[in-house]
Design a protein around this ligand. Structure first.
Ligand SMILES: Cc1ncc(COP(=O)(O)O)c(C=O)c1O
Length: 434
């Protein structure tokens, strides 16, 4: 529960080499010089006989530079050119008439609903995963002393909304450590924390620390059987693995568009099961949340999850997010998951053999996907991260949460086998150098 503040700030990458420290990684000129025009060729159809050619063509869709090698999709996912073009074209078109373009949310909502296996009235467009988590934590009726169960590896965007309710409403947050040994171990740990005051279980679908995949179907079944709200923080899952939220059986699910989905920055989605709509009291509302044409009068919320959207938005971002969905569908969602997992499995196998390196990502097949987290036995997270970045030009992410002192490697559609070779060689060298 006491995520210490220094570790939190480090984990967010606010330190010398993190996400917010672009000037330390790139010269000022590199950031302000406009990029040359970039028009990738259309993506070819997938041919299993020319698998590597297909992935090269996918890579060519991204303006992302080859150096440093980008292995931090779990932090922020680069957008492809079709997505960026959609954002810019939409914004340009709207600026010509100075319109908000809010109506274009409807088709984007349908696209997103199809992608998630839900109906469009269950989709709320947020600005990031945290916003969705906040809507649930602040909106669910809980009395002082009521309890929420979370995993101890929750990202601040997942834990702070509940810790805020602890401060503001007197709820209790109870934590379990993720079990890397078996899916059932995680259910057992949750079960051990349930009391008659438990109201909600929240887990990260995939933890941001070790990339552990939680057994969400089984947790949903348990939560349903015990009348508990089940919320999933899917920031690391949406766009990494195929999702069918209706089939999972959770009550709500929040994720970012700007990670594995490759959507524009500041995009996100909250899924709220239609039958549970009235159980979440809206906390932030305004125009578009409901109907009331003339004051005084009683506000009627709209009959959809979009009641949690309000005010003027950037329709270009939402159009770009829908384009990111189409782009992933074009590549193939199972294919994306298989590619990321194949690269990660290979890293898991090869890095696991290196003396002085500990593998923190679970070995269990069902508990892992496209992220690999390793610890150097003689270097802390920052030192190891800095070494990989400065000496080998590999952009990973330090993992300082819960004292893990590790480095996380994300492997996604634009990553390749040669890049993983570089990771393996670099980590081998680190075992000598550090
Ligand atoms: C599990 C998890 N939840 C929430 C977040 C925060 O995401 P956002 O910045 O989109 O709110 C992250 C970011 O890494 C995460 O990994």
């Amino acid at each position: 529960m006491n995520l210490n503040r220094r570790n939190f700030v480090r984990s967010l990458g606010v330190g010398a080499l993190g996400t917010l420290a672009a000037p330390a990684l790139f010269s000022k000129d590199q950031l302000v010089v406009p990029p040359a025009p970039f028009t990738p060729k259309p993506l070819p159809a997938y041919d299993p006989k020319h698998d590597a050619d297909f992935w090269r063509a996918v890579r060519a869709q991204f303006p992302l530079l080859d150096e440093p090698v980008y292995l931090n999709t779990g932090g922020l996912g680069p957008a492809s050119q079709p997505v960026l073009e959609k954002v810019f074209a939409t914004m340009r078109a709207l600026q010509k008439h100075s319109e908000t373009g809010h109506k274009s949310f409807d088709p984007a909502r349908q696209t997103m609903a199809r992608f998630l296996g839900v109906t469009s009235d269950e989709v709320c467009f947020t600005r990031n995963a945290t916003e969705g988590n906040c809507i649930i934590a602040a909106g669910l009726e809980m009395r002082p002393g009521d309890e929420a169960i979370l995993e101890s590896h929750a990202h601040p965007g997942g834990s702070y909304p509940w810790l805020n309710q602890a401060l503001q409403a007197g709820i209790k947050v109870r934590l379990f450590d993720p079990d890397p040994a078996s899916p059932g171990g995680n259910i057992a740990r949750i079960r051990a924390l349930v009391t008659r005051r438990t109201k909600v279980i929240q887990v990260s679908h995939i933890t941001c620390t070790t990339g552990l995949v939680m057994p969400v179907h089984a947790i949903a079944e348990y939560a349903q059987a015990h009348g508990l709200w089940f919320h999933i923080d899917g920031a690391q899952a949406a766009g990494m693995i195929p999702l069918n939220l209706d089939a999972i059986g959770c009550d709500s699910y929040a994720f970012s568009g700007h990670k594995w989905l490759g959507g524009p920055h500041e995009t996100g989605v909250l899924y709220l099961r239609h039958s549970r709509l009235e159980d979440i009291a809206p906390t932030g509302i305004g125009a578009y949340s409901g109907e009331l044409l003339r004051l005084p009068g009683e506000l009627k919320y709209s009959a959809a999850a979009s009641r949690h959207e309000y005010g003027t938005r950037n329709a270009g971002l939402v159009a770009g997010l829908a384009e990111a969905v189409r782009f992933q569908e074009q590549i193939g969602r199972d294919r994306i998951a298989a590619h990321g997992r194949e690269l990660s499995s290979w890293l898991l196998r090869e890095l696991g053999k290196i003396k002085g390196i500990e593998m923190l990502t679970p070995q269990h097949d069902e508990l892992r996907a496209s992220m690999t987290t390793i610890r150097h036995t003689r270097a802390n997270a920052d030192k190891f991260f800095e070494y990989l970045m400065k000496t080998h030009r590999l952009r990973c992410r330090p993992v300082t949460e819960q004292g893990l002192e590790a480095v996380r490697i994300s492997t996604h559609v634009f990553n390749s086998h040669p890049e993983c070779d570089r990771v393996i060689a670099a980590v081998q060298a680190s075992a000598r150098d550090l």
